[in-house]
Design a protein around this ligand. Structure first.
Ligand SMILES: [Zn+2]
Length: 67
């Protein structure tokens, strides 16, 4: 009987949620920092984060990191 360590088989990227302020309208929005697609402001559609090789490139102003 072999025990499989799932945490070693599946590397867990340190994903976080970021509180980002939109540079377009000042709206605050939670952005997943490993977003796989472009994240836009829900108010003015300004781009808040761009996908970039697993980690998102945050365009807006990061206010806080939510863990
Ligand atoms: Zn906005």
């Amino acid at each position: 009987m072999v025990k499989v360590d799932l945490e070693k088989l599946i590397p867990q990227p340190r994903s976080r949620f970021l509180m980002v302020t939109c540079i377009g309208c000042g709206n605050r929005q939670v952005v997943f920092d490993s977003a796989k697609s472009v994240v836009r402001c829900t108010v003015c559609k300004e781009v808040l984060a761009l996908p970039r090789g697993g980690k998102a490139k945050v365009v807006g102003k990061v206010n806080a990191v939510l863990t």
